[in-house]
Design a binder for this molecule. Structure first.
Ligand code: SF4
Length: 396
């Protein structure tokens, strides 16, 4: 299987329910940004630039959960900023898992080892580690030496403890594709379970424009890239891959991956900000969706990013006969776990033991802490080096 069976089953049930009720626009993955502060200043990151004036603001766990319930998406991608410096990150994860959602915790990997003891493995939880190349390249992209090594040590520790881990790579104009193949081979040996990748997009907030690609450049780059890495457990759908290679068209379905952050629901999409909405309903109803996408808004012209077009494979208007079968066989054909040895269980799946150790009850009864609090320590404060003299998160 390419994903845990429970994730595939829950998503399938959710989509079928929406279709039966005749809903046309609905979310698949909620992008939750509890804060925008980060310990790094990556070259391609729009968040630390766009939200500079509010970078020390944070959502409470209760605000996050309320937004999650309002949205209803079965998958929550916790991102930021760096979510591992959110003081209550482990409680947030516990509470979301206890409500039956699936989580990708997107991180630069710098604090996995330090905070791993606050988390428990679950088939509904993935560490999603950002890596844009091998050591020298990645450290250049994130503008700090040592980040690659620490992220790799974090991945090793997480795999040894029985967690699912995937990686997340952005492809820029200058990306050396043979190095991405080298990176994937390296991660495969570490037992990484899956791989996400997306073309970079020229955020209005990012000043360094010469690293981004036109649509034709994206297509050429991905034709080459995908031929090198096709054999790995890619977590991007075959339909989105066809789009990236220029073999089919898709229209953006930005509502499929809505973003919530301390300013509200970010419209129209993860990348562009024309408005922040107080409620999810307001975001869905008041965003003029017909005005966005290629040929409608010049800012969308070269956009082919994952958050805009991956949901189109399921939700979009350009679906073709056979797409459902293609998606199903893709999900069944993958294989998690890389080449690494699984920790802990000796039964070959690496997660058998962990399912009963702190998440089983939580999933079943729908209450946050009843099944888990006993096994989990109280959240630790953010790392001391990130706190200013006033005890607040340091502003970059
Ligand atoms: S195409 Fe969609 S995802 Fe891309 S910038 Fe436009 S609205 Fe956002």
């Amino acid at each position: 299987m390419r994903f845990p069976l429970k994730l595939t089953a829950n998503l399938t049930r959710y989509i079928a329910g929406k279709r039966i009720r005749g809903e046309k626009k609905f979310p698949l993955v909620m992008m939750l940004e509890p804060l925008h502060a980060c310990n790094l200043t990556c070259t391609g990151c729009g968040r630390i630039r766009e939200y500079k004036s509010t970078i020390d603001e944070m959502l409470s766990v209760e605000q996050c959960l309320q937004a999650m319930e309002e949205c209803g998406a079965p998958v929550v991608s916790i991102c930021g900023g760096e979510p591992m410096i959110y003081p209550e990150i482990s409680r947030l994860v516990r509470e979301i898992l206890a409500r039956g959602r699936h989580i990708y915790l997107c991180t630069n990997g710098m604090f996995i080892r330090k905070k791993l003891h606050e988390f428990r493995p679950s088939s509904s939880f993935f560490w999603n580690v950002h890596l844009d190349g091998m050591e020298r390249t990645h450290d250049l992209c994130v503008e700090r030496d040592g980040v690659f090594r620490e992220a790799i040590e974090g991945i090793r520790a997480a795999k040894a403890a029985g967690f699912y881990v995937c990686s997340n790579t952005t492809i820029y104009k200058e990306t050396d594709l043979s190095e991405i193949a080298e990176l994937y081979a390296f991660l495969h040996e570490l037992g990484v379970d899956g791989y996400m990748l997306s073309p970079a997009y020229s955020y209005a907030a990012v000043m360094t424009r010469d690293i981004f690609m036109s649509r034709e450049e994206v297509r050429e780059k991905f034709r080459q890239a995908l031929s090198l890495i096709e054999g790995y457990n890619l977590m991007i759908s075959p339909i989105y891959r066809e789009y990236l290679k220029g073999e089919r068209e898709l229209m953006c379905t930005a509502w499929g991956n809505p973003t919530y952050n301390p300013r509200g629901w970010k419209g129209p999409c993860y990348l562009m900000t024309d408005a922040h909405h107080d409620t999810f309903q307001g975001f869905m109803q008041d965003t003029p969706w017909e005005k966005y996408g290629r040929g409608r808004d010049p800012r969308c012209q070269d956009c082919m990013v994952h958050v805009g077009f991956e949901p189109s494979a399921v939700l979009g208007a350009h679906r073709k006969l056979g797409d459902n079968w293609k998606l199903l066989s893709w999900q069944l054909s993958g294989k998690m776990g890389g080449a690494g040895r699984r920790a802990g269980t000796g039964n070959g799946n690496g997660h058998g033991a962990s399912r009963g150790n702190g998440h089983g009850n939580g999933h079943g009864n729908g209450h946050a802490s009843e099944g888990q609090a006993g096994g989990l320590p109280v959240a630790s404060p953010p790392p001391a080096e990130l706190l200013g003299p006033d005890g607040r998160l340091r502003i970059l």
